[in-house]
Ligand binder design. Structure first.
Ligand code: ATP
Ligand code: MG
Length: 334
């Protein structure tokens, strides 16, 4: 079986429905055909300066949401990034292979640095994509399921893997492919349907998986739709970003096709669509929240799952890192 790796940052108490549709749902679909590693990337979350107690809590909550969303720890490896120190060790090796200019071109860094200001922006935020490349290359991952916003970082991971193979010989690293599913890879903010929905910037337009379901329903009903006099309901992201986004969410939470849903509501006005979508979202969230809470009520069991995941992950990571270090010419310890 080929291997896949993916992760999310514990930067909020709850994931968004964008994280679910763009990533988690894909993870679950892929876990039978691949040897999958799904990671809570807590070291990445340090780039936004979390309070220590809050970070600990969010790390468990993120893991509980992976499980609630259908990640099966029997079939997949569920791990916390900081439990496997090889991630940071490989990150250093890769940082010495990454051009400063190359890293400077990363648009996520430019966006996040602009928000954090010169004082708040750390070297860690700058080298974030290098750590992400290490996360992936450490497991010889062939495929990385992510949302559209991670495309550029994935390109860097590929470039680094190819560079390693050129400089240190074929077989030094596996070149990973991005798995980005068109049409669901970018869920938009409900209040600003041209901006990505995100969890660390979560406002009224971010639908959170663990939020009060009444509030979630309200967010759907007050979603910004298009100032289109014809009231047509069709999937057309360029002309109708708001409606198209709602159709994507509707399809993801019900399993029905986008076109089928659009046909049902076309000509009936946006209100009907929103009311029914709000109901569908609540019907999806209630059992999800129940499952997540079950895991959170038993942190000992959750921690045992994570300990097991870390052990299985390290067993894969250690020989890969040793291989790369050897290729770099680092003298083996004996
Ligand atoms: P943050 O604001 O902290 O960066 P985030 O919502 O962007 O949070 P990440 O932890 O950075 O979440 O990303 C986790 C995964 O979710 C990645 O694969 C990312 O591409 C995907 N993802 C994030 N936002 C969306 C979205 N709006 N639509 C689809 N996929 C998304
Ligand atoms: Mg993000």
């Amino acid at each position: 079986k080929q291997r896949i790796f993916s992760g999310m940052q514990p930067t909020h108490d709850s994931l968004t429905i964008g994280n679910y549709i763009g990533a988690l749902q894909q993870w679950v679909a892929l876990q039978d055909s691949y040897e999958a590693l799904y990671c809570v990337v807590d070291l990445h979350a340090l780039t936004v300066h979390p309070d220590p107690a809050v970070l600990r809590e969010r790390t468990r909550r993120t893991a509980a949401q992976y499980l609630a969303g259908g990640v099966d720890p029997e079939r997949s490896i569920l791990l916390v990034q900081s439990h496997v120190p090889e991630h940071t060790e490989l990150a250093w090796l890769l940082s010495c292979q990454t051009g400063f200019g190359e890293a400077s071109r990363m648009t996520q860094f430019k966006d996040k640095a602009a928000r954090q200001g010169t004082e708040g922006t750390t070297v860690g935020l700058f080298t974030y994509p290098v750590l992400m490349a290490a996360d992936i290359l450490l497991y010889d991952a062939a495929l990385v399921p992510v949302g559209e916003d991670q495309r550029q970082h994935l390109e860097l991971s590929r470039d680094l893997a190819e560079r390693l193979n050129t400089r240190f010989g074929e077989g030094t690293a596996v070149v990973p492919d991005a798995h980005i599913v068109r049409d669901v890879a970018k869920i938009y903010d409900l209040q600003e349907p041209t901006a990505k929905m995100s969890k660390s910037e979560a406002g009224k337009g971010s639908l959170l998986l663990l939020e009060d379901v009444k509030r979630a329903a309200k967010k759907i009903k007050s979603a910004v739709t298009d100032a289109d006099e014809t009231y047509g309901v069709r999937f057309d992201p360029a002309e109708k970003p708001g409606i198209s986004n709602l159709l994507t969410i509707f399809s993801a939470v019900t399993g029905r096709g986008v076109d089928e849903i659009a046909a049902e509501y076309d000509g009936r006005g946006y209100g009907h669509l929103k009311v029914d979508l709000a109901d569908a979202v609540v019907a999806f969230l209630e059992p999800f929240q129940q499952r997540a809470n079950d895991y959170l009520e038993d942190p000992a069991e959750l921690d045992a799952v994570l300990a097991d995941g870390a052990e299985r992950a390290r067993a894969i990571a250690r020989p890969v890192l040793d291989r790369i270090k050897d290729r770099f010419g680092l003298l083996p310890a004996r």
